[in-house]
Design a protein around this ligand. Structure first.
Ligand code: NAP
Ligand code: MG
Length: 400
């Protein structure tokens, strides 16, 4: 234990709920603490503790992430009516991810963990395609109306000093529907910044697609701001790092993406990112093999898994079953956060460790030792699936 790898700055550790909380402790105990003198600033984001602190703990953890720069988060329950009864809550709390996102002002990047025995549905994909999803505005903050009879629909803007601008949406000849959406320049700029910061970190190209041929003002503004941010803040750095940025129409981006080898960041407007990240996740393998990181424009990193707390497995575990829940994405949240910490604090040993743990995890799966969710997808199919404890032990066995 005495020659364990030393850290300088602590990680912000955000513990969570249910099966992922069980695995969280197990991963630390078996895969991290034996090798690293782990320093974390610990926040218990379990639903019980969020309720007991009136969600202050979530806010505190996000502020700590702002201060320390790198956080690692377990999956957490978003409370709803059923959870209120189950956990005897004082009241419903907002989604911790939404609270943290609002404080850090971030963009979410989702990247599949690629492994040889799990073939992507698209045979040309050799490298992961990362989705960078703008998480503000558009249809997610829309105003819509059902129209029952003929009439005029207009967009009206009234400035704070009373000036008015109007544009005709439609002269409705009969019943129909209408929708108004918006976005904010600074949010779009921050989205572009987060994408370039991420791409520089991962050393991958950036694609951005929108529909500016049809939506000349709205999507046109996205295209224009992305280009401005690139030219004024990132062009030089990207060129130095050999990273390309290119804009194309969203339909062209989709067509190229399918025929590509992968290995790039696909920056998506909110709706495109919502739809395309599910497509990429399922075409690449499974949700349990999808990593997710929230990156703020000023370079704060919060690593998490893309999946939830795996509630049904938790109930079975509570009854005594050793479930076959896949901890891969959770392990990668730790390696992602430790690697980032190592880069910032210049700790090559810690960086090596993170890489070694990722390799050991992939090697274990590659050797046919895997959890049930992957057994169904693997070619060749292994004879049996391991439970989470056996799987983590098999990884640990490759670390010594
Ligand atoms: P989930 O936890 O992602 O699980 C849905 C199903 O996906 C599971 O029942 C399981 O399928 C499969 N699955 C997901 N992760 C897996 C893993 N690591 N290994 C093996 N199988 C896995 O979603 P949910 O059940 O809808 O949500 C449960 C709770 O998580 C909710 O309270 C929700 O609020 C919360 N949530 C949190 C986050 C977050 O913190 N980032 C994200 C999403 C949801 P089988 O049952 O078929 O094995
Ligand atoms: Mg979706």
């Amino acid at each position: 234990m005495s020659n364990r790898i030393k850290m300088k700055t602590p990680l912000v550790e955000m513990d969570g709920d249910e099966m992922t909380r069980v695995l969280w402790t197990l991963i630390k105990e078996k895969l991290i603490v034996p090798f690293v003198n782990l320093k974390t600033e610990y926040y218990d984001l379990s639903l019980e503790n969020r309720d007991a602190t009136d969600d202050q703990v979530t806010i505190d953890s996000a502020m700590a992430a702002k201060r320390l720069g790198v956080a690692v988060k377990c999956a957490t329950i978003t409370s709803n009516a059923a959870r209120k009864v189950e956990y005897n809550l004082k009241h419903l709390h907002p989604s911790p991810n939404a609270t943290i996102r609002a404080i850090l002002d971030g963009t979410v990047f989702r990247k599949p963990i690629i492994i040889a025995c799990i073939k992507p549905t698209i045979s040309s994909w050799k490298f992961p395609i990362v989705i960078g999803r703008h998480a503000y505005g558009d249809i997610y903050k829309n105003a819509e109306m059902k129209i029952d009879a003929p009439g005029k629909v207009e967009l009206v803007y009234t400035s704070d000093d009373g000036q008015e601008k109007r544009v005709l949406v439609a002269d409705m000849k009969g019943p129909g529907i209408v929708q108004g959406v918006h976005n904010i320049d600074e949010s779009i700029r921050n989205f572009a910044r987060a994408c370039f910061v991420y791409a520089l970190n991962e050393k991958i190209d950036v694609w951005f697609g929108a529909k500016d041929t049809i939506s000349k003002t709205y999507d046109g503004r996205f295209k224009e701001l992305f280009q401005q941010v690139y030219e004024s803040e990132f062009k030089e750095k990207c060129e130095k790092a050999g990273i390309k940025y290119f804009y194309t129409l969203i339909d062209d981006a989709v067509a190229r993406m399918i025929k590509s080898e992968g290995g790039f960041l696909w920056a998506c407007k909110n709706y495109d990112g919502d739809v395309m990240s599910d497509m990429i996740a399922s075409a690449s393998g499974s949700l349990a093999m999808m990593t997710s990181v929230l990156v703020s424009p000023d370079g704060v990193y919060e690593y998490e898994a893309a999946h939830g707390t795996v509630q049904q497995h938790y109930y079975r575990w509570k009854k005594g079953e050793k479930t076959s829940t896949n901890p891969a994405a959770l392990i990668f949240t730790w390696t992602g956060a430790l690697r980032k910490r190592a880069e910032i604090d210049n700790l090559p040993d810690l960086k090596d460790f993170a890489e070694r743990l990722e390799k050991a995890t992939l090697k274990t799966i590659g050797n046919g030792e895997m959890t049930g969710d992957l057994v169904k997808l693997s070619v060749p199919s292994p004879k049996k699936s391991l439970n989470s404890w056996e799987f983590i032990d098999a990884i640990a066995g490759r670390m010594y």
